[in-house]
Design a protein around this ligand. Sequence first.
Ligand code: NA7
Length: 555
Amino acid sequence: MSNAPAVSSTSTHRAASGAATQFDAVVIGAGVSGLYQIYRLREAGFSVLGIEAGSGVGGTWYWNRYPGARFDSESYTYAYSFSDELLQEWNWNEHFAPQPETLAYLNHVADKFNLRPLIRFNTRVTAATFDANAQCWDIVTEAGATIRTRFMIMATGLLSATQFPDIPGIDSFQGKSLHTSRWPHDPNGLGGDKSVYLGKRVGIIGTGATAVQLIPHLAAGAASLHVFQRTANWCAPLHNGPIKPEEQAALKASYPAIFQLCDKTGGAFMHDFDPRSVFDVSAEEREALFEKLYTHGRGFALWLANFHDVMTDMRANKLLSDFVARKIRARVKDPAVATKLVPTTHGFGQRRVPMETNYYEVYNQDNVTLIDIRENPIARITPTGIKTTAAEYDLDVIIFATGFDAGTGAISRIDIRGPDGSSIKDKWSRELKTFMGLQVSGFPNMFMHIGPHAAFCNLPRCAQITVDWVTELMGYMRERNLREVVPTPEAETAWTRHAEAEADKTLLSKTDSWIMGSNIPGKPRALLLYAAPAPVFRQECKALAENHYQGMQLR
Ligand code: NA7
């Protein structure tokens, strides 16, 4: 590793256009975690190159431009906390910022900290091989360039590898079809192009968190909307609203308190579980808390500020599920449609809860039809639309809101080979194993942010933990002239078993969802996130550094 001074924009530009170049670190992905990692490494005096497939920064917020895309985290808890000046100068307009506002924010961060010159855009990484003699990674891009780096840092995102369903005839459709995370850009702004659906006959496949944000917009603008639902999900009201000028000043004054609170809560949000059991209180008190959270609780409050046992005890969970089912039935006029919208396969919060604004009311509109494809599965996609086992629907547009190969997908779609030639894809196709979600045994000098086994929390908050940890480790190694770090297989196995035990304690692991990898055919079933509370994960990272990285081989 070189003791390189901070990389100047000129030298990076030269490097970015060259062939095989040596960097201390290459950060793959210029989203929330990648931008912060690039910033931290440059500040620490490392030479760093960012590689980004998109034409701009933003990651999730660059790609996901479908109408309705927005935070489910309060905007002020999602912001970077490392710069007080940044916190004070940026005005969030809504409690849950829409995608164009978030993308504007991340562009502002890139400009303010002059990160753009350190990033090579429009560049997709296809392969990476660790050279054991040189103790370096050789990273290969789609265009055929090779970039040599000591450390390879995967900031590729939890939900970025798009997943299309395996439906016969999918390529035969003659109209427009698209995945929600590849929504065409609005030529006049940072959002998505609404002309995709305005006045059109639209079909959407999927009813996860993405679809639940998008569907009210489609219903308002499309001539007709057919929603093809395989599994109903439990949704909760978002309760978004503008941040009023007087609130803005109060928020800016309370940033330290907001982040302190996020540091303490299990999910790194401003919500924490009620320490009481649902069975400790009377039926009236229980109903009162459910009602308060449903009617007024912002964001994930209904999920994460509820009685603690609703997420650990199926009997407690059933009480909450029944409450939410009553709400759905009250909001949807046609009882038969309401019944289809009430989930039957799992309890509230066992899957990532989609946050909604007027979602259920959409099904009261004349131009909206809910198609239950569990009852009548899609037989095929035809040149003119979608054919189920019961009927055929003519459409102008088909939208695939069918999700992602979460956690592992963005990493294993790159042909990553360790020093002995073994591939990470093969390894994870047998079993998901990581060391703290940070490293993988057999793949030295590779780090992951928000990848598999990432802490289950407000993502920027936990990304800051891991970015700071990686930066500190690289500094530690520089001081000691160490060139290689890799976890031992024993440490990786021990930590993976611990993560599995934590997963077992939650109800998340008791149903199918992308969180369990079960949306991808053949993917080994495992909780893709680390279920222990975020403060526990932070403490584990801290202890690892304090104990001189026990369980990791440094050489
Ligand atoms: P999700 O939550 O994985 O939802 C995908 C949806 O697509 C879900 O309703 C699936 O039904 C449906 N799906 C997937 N494949 C098929 C096929 N083959 N046929 C019919 N329906 C299908 O992805 P999202 O993009 O909504 O959200 C991902 C995360 O992004 C979200 O949790 C937030 O954290 C942000 P299924 O439930 O599998 O029956």
